[in-house]
Design a protein around this ligand. Structure first.
Ligand SMILES: [Zn+2]
Length: 77
């Protein structure tokens, strides 16, 4: 492995970590809203399904709102 390979490997690792943090909502440090019906989206109050929580246990938003937010964050980069 030469230096260029190594730099690329680190870059991919950074990207994977950043992606995982954003999916988990950890980067924002926001808390989940838990009601009697379960976890709800902090933007639109829609229930967050158990299948999504199975993949992203700390999700604070439904898939739709998370996508909107990520698109907005990209725009400000
Ligand atoms: Zn939502």
């Amino acid at each position: 492995m030469d230096d260029a390979d190594r730099a690329q490997a680190y870059e991919e690792m950074d990207r994977a970590i950043a992606l995982r943090n954003s999916l988990a909502g950890e980067a924002s440090g926001e808390a989940q809203i838990v009601t009697a019906d379960g976890v709800v989206c902090c933007d639109c109050s829609a229930p967050i399904g158990g299948d999504r929580l199975g993949i992203v246990p700390k999700a604070v938003r439904c898939v739709g709102c998370q996508e909107v937010r990520e698109a907005e964050e990209k725009r400000y980069e």
